[in-house]
Design a protein around this ligand. Structure first.
Ligand SMILES: [Zn+2]
Length: 429
């Protein structure tokens, strides 16, 4: 029979209309036969005019045809119980039997089928305190009635629906500043939004180009757009509750704009490559007393590095930590960042693969979010330490801490203290 394996999507607005109506009404859906999916877009109260519902312009069914496809019915508890039993037995029932439960049910002409949505205001309890669903969907022909899947759009598509599992309300009032919207930055932005960070400022002057696409979270359809505007559009679609502010500017040339953004931020994530912008970000964050997380890949994508510089007197800034490495016979990886994975040239566009860059971006976002949450008293977000080097394609010949021999080996180390003559760590008027 037609109508098997269909899914009906029911917007909250439709539920409100049905809840205020009488016993039945007409149902208009947009539907896609290849997808076997239908969304309710208009309905009536008995024979009244159709009430049209607000449609999401980005939803894939919004371009589909719409038809009067059936009816909704207010039903007794027995109908909710039937839907439950038939669904679990993958069974159908004769139309006549359905009509004894739902006397107002209308049979389609032979060879045609309808969609029905039923609402049981008082669904039966199957276990202590557990009631059957009030809403069900069906396909109806003139001889057979079959329960089908129904999904209710009731706010569960938002990160805030996960509030019992994760401190979403705390993060919804947090503001993160992301410097750099390249391959690492784009992945970090997506992760920040998926953690529920309420406001994200994105700073990057570059447009997305074709050679960026295989490593970036944005697709070829965004080529030519500024990276920050492209990210805002894609983040708004998936995480509409995150407020995204795009700033298509160069951080080093626009300190007058960057400085107030740093002041407004609860945390900064710096994914820009190049020594100079990292140094500027380090200085501005330090002077503003804000925590900053630096994320990059080193040694042609062999290692990912995430440095967290907390705004504490005992923690040295980026310059101090690199100076400590040089003073103690370690290699300072900072200068290598100028010939890093994404310097905007086409000569060396592929020194780390997209998945590895996204991994580093996601870890940087986790480090930033954990820092905010730990400061707010969420002790289970205490990190192992401040500095993390993670092996991506380890290779012999690199000195500690870039000496892991196995992929994904994490090397944590402590932040080193500030130097007394550091101009970022100490103001020397
Ligand atoms: Zn310093």
């Amino acid at each position: 029979m037609s109508g098997e394996n269909w899914l009906v999507l029911l917007p909250t607005e439709a539920m409100e209309v049905i809840d205020k109506s009488y016993a039945w009404g007409n149902l208009t859906c947009r539907l896609s036969a290849p997808d076997k999916a239908a969304i309710v877009v208009a309905l009536s109260n008995e024979d009244s005019d159709l009430v049209h519902l607000t449609e999401d312009p980005d939803h894939f069914l919004t371009v589909a045809d719409f038809n009067r496809v059936g009816h909704w019915y207010r039903v007794p508890a027995d109908a909710a119980f039937c839907a439950y039993l038939l669904t679990h037995q993958h069974a159908t029932m004769p139309f006549d039997a359905f009509q004894t439960l739902v006397p107002q049910a209308i049979a389609p002409l032979p060879g045609q089928w309808h969609i029905a949505v039923t609402f049981c205001p008082d669904p039966p309890e199957i276990r202590d305190g557990e009631r059957l669903p009030a809403w069900s969907a069906w396909t109806i022909s003139n001889d057979t009635v079959r329960p089908i899947s129904l999904d209710i759009q009731d706010g569960t598509q938002h990160v805030t629906a996960l509030g019992s599992l994760w401190p979403t309300s705390l993060l919804s009032t947090s503001r993160a500043l992301l410097l750099g919207a390249g391959s690492i930055g784009g992945a970090a932005a997506e992760a920040l939004a998926s953690y529920g960070v309420g406001h994200i400022d994105l700073v990057d002057p570059d447009k997305i180009l074709f050679h960026n696409v295989p490593r970036h979270v944005l697709a070829a359809a965004s080529v030519g757009m500024s990276k920050v505007d492209g990210l805002k559009a894609s983040l708004n679609r998936q995480w509409p509750e995150s407020n995204i502010s795009p700033w298509p500017i160069d951080l080093t040339a626009n300190a007058n704009i960057t400085r107030p953004l740093i002041d407004a931020a609860d945390i900064i994530i710096c994914t820009v490559d190049g020594v100079e912008p990292r140094r500027v970000a380090n200085y501005l964050a330090r002077r503003a007393g804000k925590p900053i997380v630096f994320a990059c890949v080193l040694a042609d994508g062999r290692y990912g590095e995430i440095l967290r510089i907390r705004a504490l007197p005992e923690v040295g800034c980026l310059d101090c930590q690199r100076r400590y490495m040089r003073d103690n016979g370690m290699i300072d990886p900072e200068p290598s960042l100028d010939r890093g994975y994404g310097d905007g040239t086409r000569h060396n566009p592929m020194t780390a693969i997209g998945g590895d860059l996204h991994l580093v971006g996601s870890i940087a976002a986790k480090v930033a979010v954990a820092t905010l949450l730990q400061n707010a008293g969420e002790v289970d977000q205490t990190l192992t330490d401040d500095n993390l080097v993670i092996a991506l394609r380890p290779s012999p010949g690199y000195a500690a801490p870039f000496d892991a021999r196995r992929a994904l080996h994490p090397h944590w180390s402590s932040a080193t203290p500030p130097y007394p003559d550091c101009p970022a760590c100490h103001r020397h008027p």
